[in-house]
Ligand binder design. Sequence first.
Ligand code: NAD
Length: 489
Amino acid sequence: MPAMKELVKGADRYKHFIGGQWVESTVKEWIDVENPATEQVIASVPNGSPDDADRALVAARSAQPAWEAMPPASRGQLLRDLGRLILENRERLARIVVAEQGKPIQEARGEIEGAALYLTYAAEEARRITGDIIPSDMPDEQIWIQRVAHGVVLALTAWNYPAALMCRKIGPALVAGNTVVVKAHEGTPVSAFEIAQLSVQADFPPGVINVVSGTGEGIGAALVRHPIPRLITLTGSVRAGKEIFRNSADDLKLLRLELGGKAPFIVAEDADIPAAVRAAVLSRFENCGQICICNERMYVHKKVAGEFTERFVHAVKTLKVGDPTTLVDVGPKFSKPELEKVERMVDQATQAGAEILTGGGRMRGEEFARGHWFEPTVMSVNDNQMRIMQDEIFGPVVPIMTVGDFDEGLRLANESRYGLSAYVFTKDMRRMMRLVRELKFGEIYVNRPGGDAVHAHHAGIRDSGIGGEDGKYGLDAYFQKKTMYINYA
Ligand code: NAD
């Protein structure tokens, strides 16, 4: 594995980005950022304090009125400029993402392009910030409903897409006239700081974008409890979502919680099997299985289970695992605790009767002596209540279960506390139409792998969260509605 420190040269020690400047934390504590492939420390960032949280939120509040007063098209232009700078820095940012998060370089390039797209899409919406004009019941009176900003938005992001998740939130928040404080996951804060630096180059007014670092229970909780942010948008775990829900109850803050998933992948007897195999592999092993919409459990019709499983296992065995700076299919797990969690889940499943069809343990060999490597793993199970079928794995492991018919697949898919995404392979139009009402998930992919559109809507139900992002509904969440009654008699 090559030394990757040089990839983030000059990025060794960061400060918070508050009010357009790099500022020291009030506490001299640091968090080391580790490369998941090599375990080398690539940077260190402040372990932010409640005082830092306060300074960032105050800076965002001071900048907000002037930002909201700016014509939306001008805000959009700044977002476009930031998007362009992100693309101009695509290779550098992609290498930072690889170094802090571990995904293969070609996927990291895609993430950076996606990050820019979230900003340019938000910019396109600037001229469509419309409201409603409605008739009054009174004479000489006009009523209108206008969308205005909330004020300060707090954005908390997960480690699996550190650059894209930040831009997915700041794009719509900013075009709507809010200012933002971003706290990236403590394991992957570097790309967020680098995007903050680009916002200076793009000429964003100071205080519009602020980025701080630190832990969830430290500065994260302090930001949540602080009275300034009106809207909190989190992408992260169900655990964090519930804590934030509790911690913001006193101030009745608005929440958008994009949480975990446990996507079912249903293969009907009429499915295009090669296409289903390709989609199932991609939707499980991309980003080492660390995507909220990943294929987490499979239900395959008994008539095609033999053929499907054979082809699927064969495809998984050919996946190339290795150095994510090179062209590989699967990189390392993000962290040691994450690796250990996946290992525990696989061990527990085999003890409960699952049969390993390929993989099943840590990667072996000199190449994998450092880093957090797990073999691409497929297992066969026959009990939908097993933990491996119910808990989010978030790793390169997938259980397959054979089902008697399509209805059984649907029923077992719905037996879940999660409700984010689902996959179905069938050519039968009647079955597809049934999914709309009968498959209880927010995002359903039919006859294709995962990957959501920036102008659609990404939202989970049940434990997968409340809220939703992207498209017109995602943008709408960043506005409050104000109703004006104008009497002109
Ligand atoms: P996490 O919940 O540990 O952390 C997410 C962010 O919240 C981090 O910035 C963290 O520091 C912060 N945080 C944690 N506890 C907090 C608290 N009490 N108060 C304030 N902030 C707090 O999640 P993670 O491990 O980074 O992410 C993995 C999870 O994210 C998976 O479950 C995955 O499915 C989910 N995810 C969901 C989506 C989606 O769009 N639904 C997208 C990506 C990831």
